[in-house]
Design a binder for this molecule. Structure first.
Ligand SMILES: *Cc1c(COP(=O)(O)O)cnc(C)c1O
Length: 374
């Protein structure tokens, strides 16, 4: 039996619930900005202890809308060099200038120190990314730095549904948190995104932006440069149904990660990114660093071909300043980002992973590590 890199889990009851919802909406004709969008927003806000949630078309749209409400046009926005392209892409779409910062080696996330090194008098916002679902214990110091400088802190929580630090949920540490429901994420709606905020003003602005910048649903007065960033009702129903599984998924993922921790800690040279005290990850990804000099492609090939274990996609294999489309930044030297991107692998974590599958991954990684780094 092969262990896949990812698996999307909708059981029979979930499939029936989605089918029923879709049948109902086809009858009523409420296909966008209707009751399922509201249900999804309410349950997502409740799940994360936030006051307001605004559902949108994607995680990238969520980030762009937040940045547009902050108005970053022509100004600097700090993003980590270790993140998905969309974090920087959203800054560009919102008219800002991405400023790439290095990351902390223990959490792969921005820290107060790495951000302070790149702040300018023209910094309009800082975007923190919870890589792999892990909320860094440095989040409080970073929030304090931003507060002292009067700079809004935004969370790209696309990896971090249900994650927390000291009991405080991801997405609630800054002025707003942006989530994605792309199919690989811990909760999916097919496509979709969500903004969490405590600010009623930001919530209202986000609602205006997502619907073509219309001042209100019923009018044709466009008061902002919004776009077509609505979430369809069908996607909202899928997301609402999937969200009900979040706690169970995270428990399973954490159990798998605990077994990986024990196995990898006993191995010499394959270093897991461990959960720091106080941090409770959803284990969107389980990241480990290969010893320098071990060929990642060969490591992955051997796991797949000899052990039937597909490692999942890295977070990330290239730092942003090495992405072709961001070549204006290519001369930057961000040593921690470069190192952790070059050496990481991600062990598969599935929301319904079995003990046997977990054993198979541990056996594969142990054998391949001994062979290549032995
Ligand atoms: C997935 C992801 C996004 C973008 O989400 P989409 O829904 O695909 O637009 C943004 N940031 C990070 C870190 C992501 O992983």
């Amino acid at each position: 039996m092969a262990v896949p890199a990812a698996r999307i889990v909708f059981d029979d009851a979930d499939r029936a619930a989605v089918a029923e919802a879709v049948t109902e909406m086809l009858g009523t004709g409420a296909l966008t900005l209707g009751p399922w969008t509201q249900r999804f927003e309410q349950s997502f806000a409740t799940e994360h202890g936030a006051s307001h949630a605004v559902a949108v078309a994607s995680g990238t749209a969520a980030l762009e809308i937040v940045l547009r409400t902050l108005d970053v046009r022509g100004r600097d926005v700090v993003v980590p060099a270790v993140t998905f392209y969309a974090t920087a892409g959203a800054v560009l779409h919102a008219g800002g200038r991405p400023v790439l910062a290095d990351v902390d080696p223990d959490t792969l996330a921005l820290s107060a120190a790495t951000v302070e090194a790149v702040l300018t008098p023209d910094t309009a916002a800082v975007v923190l990314v919870h890589i792999g679902g892990l909320v860094s214990p440095g989040v409080d110091a970073l929030a304090a730095l931003c507060e002292a400088r009067g700079i809004p802190l935004v969370e790209d929580a696309a990896h971090a549904h249900g994650s927390s630090f000291q009991g405080r949920p991801a997405g609630t540490f800054g002025v707003a948190g942006a989530f994605s429901f792309y199919p690989t994420k811990v909760v999916t709606s097919g496509e979709g995104g969500m903004i969490l905020t405590e600010s009623p003003e930001l919530r209202d602005e986000a609602r205006i932006h997502r619907d073509q910048g219309k001042g209100s649903f019923g009018t044709n007065h466009h008061v902002r440069e919004g776009a077509s960033w609505r979430l369809s009702e069908a996607n909202a129903a899928v997301g609402t149904v999937h969200l009900r599984r979040l706690k169970e998924f995270v428990e399973t993922r954490r159990r798998v990660a605990g077994r990986y921790d024990a196995a990898l800690t006993a191995l010499d040279g394959l270093t897991p990114v461990l959960e720091p005290p106080g941090s409770r990850s959803n284990y969107y990804k389980y990241v480990a660093l290969l010893p320098s000099g071990v060929d990642r492609a060969e490591f992955k090939r051997l796991c797949a071909e000899e052990h039937g274990v597909r490692l999942s996609g890295e977070v990330y294999d290239l730092p942003l300043h090495h992405q072709p489309v961001l070549s204006a930044h290519r001369d930057l030297r961000l040593p921690v980002a470069e190192d952790v991107c070059a050496r990481q692998v991600c062990l598969p974590v599935l929301s319904d992973m079995t003990e046997d599958e977990t054993d198979q991954v541990i056996d594969a990684v142990t054998a391949v590590h001994r062979r290549l780094a032995g």
